[in-house]
Ligand binder design. Structure first.
Ligand code: ZN
Length: 373
């Protein structure tokens, strides 16, 4: 069992304006921002507060507005029966991006092309000029993050990947600045590993260290929770977006209950995870974007998610709009590295330089790293 840094008492606690009640569910609104038509954008918050004291698990979902499965997972998990044996509390936010949810889009319309999952607080406070401050959702996330820092023992952030993808969990690297932070970084990584194992989905490491910071993943929900708040956290990818796959949602609810058992929040032995593929891996893997399209055309995939590929295996046929092969080998495209197919890029028409798939490749890199700056 992990040692958790926060234990609820049997008395109530607050998230924003919402007051929890031991032995009950509390439902409320966390003010996000004011809308120009006079209405309010809010983040829905649910607190399931057990009768006995214990850790506080935060579950967030839908920061990408077209990724719906996390909502279904939260609704499956938060049953009346959950409260019977619950120790501690579960704080859930079914959507971190209400504007995206309303219109079925990844980013909210008022942040245009910004990825909302890169807007959580930075490890260092040097992001803004003196006359600047976080705005819109970024400001709401900064306020919500204060609540996470204050109360969370563990954070799990729920997402979807691509329409043809396997469900899995991401493990982030942990960074440290100096030797005094190294022990803490190792312990954080160890605790996160234990939690990932108890959740039970296939574990895939995030992009390699240099890309992780370049891609601003340290400002994702799980990245900020680990690097700024030093709270164990991970991201779960629940198959395809724009729909809720009931089998995957059921499995994720089982995984979360098993994680809560590991945390001492629920009694009993782990339940079996059913209906989803779990890859058996004898070494760690990380994701990489693979197979660069050599020229613009139409793609026919020859593979499925979950397949194991060897370097040079054929993965797709490229043709023009008339169906005539493009390039060498009758349009055959081959994979550059050996690995397991996590997901196929969405679409039929691909442009020169696009990637065709996500691959889980062998990862021997140290997951605990010194900041390069
Ligand atoms: Zn996402």
């Amino acid at each position: 069992m992990i040692t958790t840094r926060y234990t609820t008492t049997q008395s109530s606690f607050r998230i924003g304006e919402l007051l929890s009640k031991p032995g009950e569910y509390a439902y409320g609104k966390f003010h996000a921002l004011q809308l120009p038509n006079g209405s309010e954008e809010f983040l829905p918050v649910i607190i399931a507060h057990g009768r006995s004291s214990g850790p506080v698990l935060w579950i967030t979902a839908g920061i990408h507005g077209d990724e719906y499965t996390g909502i279904g997972v939260i609704h499956r998990l938060l049953t009346p029966e959950l409260l019977t044996d619950l120790r501690g509390a579960v704080v859930s936010v079914p959507t971190l991006n209400p504007a995206g949810l309303r219109v079925g889009e990844r980013a909210p319309y008022y942040l245009k092309k910004l990825d909302p999952n890169r807007l959580f607080p930075e490890p260092e406070d040097g992001h803004y000029a003196e006359d600047e401050r976080p705005r819109l959702l970024e400001g709401a996330y900064a306020r919500l993050f204060e609540e996470i820092k204050r109360t969370a023992s563990v954070v799990v952030d729920l997402h979807n990947y691509s329409i043809l993808s396997i469900p899995f969990a991401f493990r982030d690297p942990v960074y440290y600045r100096n030797e005094t932070e190294l022990t803490g970084a190792r312990e954080l990584h160890r605790q996160t590993n234990e939690l990932l194992e108890s959740f039970g989905f296939t574990i895939i490491n995030e992009y390699a260290s240099r890309s992780y910071l370049k891609r601003n993943l340290h400002r994702s929900v799980s990245g900020a929770a680990q690097l700024v708040a030093k709270i164990p956290a991970f991201t779960v990818e629940l198959g395809g977006y724009l729909t809720i796959d009931p089998t995957i949602a059921d499995a994720a609810a089982v995984g979360l209950r098993n994680l809560m058992r590991h945390m001492g929040m629920l009694p009993g032995d782990p339940e079996p995870l059913q209906g989803i593929p779990i890859l058996s891996l004898d070494h760690p893997v990380r994701r990489m974007a693979a197979v660069i399209v050599p020229e613009t055309g139409i793609v026919r995939f020859l593979i499925r998610p979950g397949m194991i590929l060897k370097q040079g295996d054929p993965v797709a046929l490229l043709s023009d709009i008339y169906g005539r092969p493009l390039g060498k080998e009758g349009g055959l495209l081959r994979v550059e590295e050996s690995g397991i197919v996590i997901g196929l890029s969405q679409g039929a028409a691909f442009y020169e330089g696009d990637h065709l798939l996500s691959l889980a490749v062998r990862d021997d890199a140290d997951p605990i790293l010194k900041y390069p700056y």
